[in-house]
Ligand binder design. Sequence first.
Ligand code: ZN
Length: 246
Amino acid sequence: MRCLILSDIHANWHALQAVLEDAAGRFDQIICCGDLVGYGANPNQVVDWVRDNVTTVVRGNHDKACSGLDSLEWFNPIARTSAVWTMETLTPENTAYLRGLPQGPIQLEHFRIFHGSPADEDEYMVSTQDVMCLRFLVEGHVSFFGHTHVQGGFFLTHKAISKIPRPPLESVGQEIELEDNIRYLINPGSVGQPRDGDPRAAYVLYDTDQPRLTYCRVEYDIAAAQAQIRAEGLPDVLANRLAIGA
Ligand code: ZN
């Protein structure tokens, strides 16, 4: 089974369209590690699309907050402004869909998915130290997660935990052949708001038969996404950061 793994779309319709065009013909099903909405200007378009096209989705912290399941007090003022706007903008059907999304981890046939960490959807796995603390919760051969908006992840052997570095800017697709005796925590990066210094939309292709995964990046119409954010009166910083991938 060839899977398209997405995370942190964040209501960025332009980035999502570019990813789908770039990955066309190279996957059989789509999986999403959460944060469909928040920050971007197209929450309804993105949620409508996810409802029709994505096989399995776990909820992210923004999905929870923007559907009224969590208080906004933990959000910084900019994230809060965008969450309030998103709540007001989402259709009742899409709010209900977000409220009903399952909390990860979800175990699928060949891998597991969750948003932040296997312990908590709001927890960031940034360093090998973070993963060290959670290693007893890392189950199975491969897990996909998001939340940090940084493409890469970690691999765990009996002896050590190592970081998978973000693929270099110039590389189009870095392929990794997965080994049997290693456990992998894979972050596909963010579709709609990359924060790893590369402003291109990020995703992963995973072939469960080989098993092999490919880190991918694709350019999209950042100016169009920025124009929509500004037109909706959302904070300017949300538009500006898209251009620098931070
Ligand atoms: Zn996110």
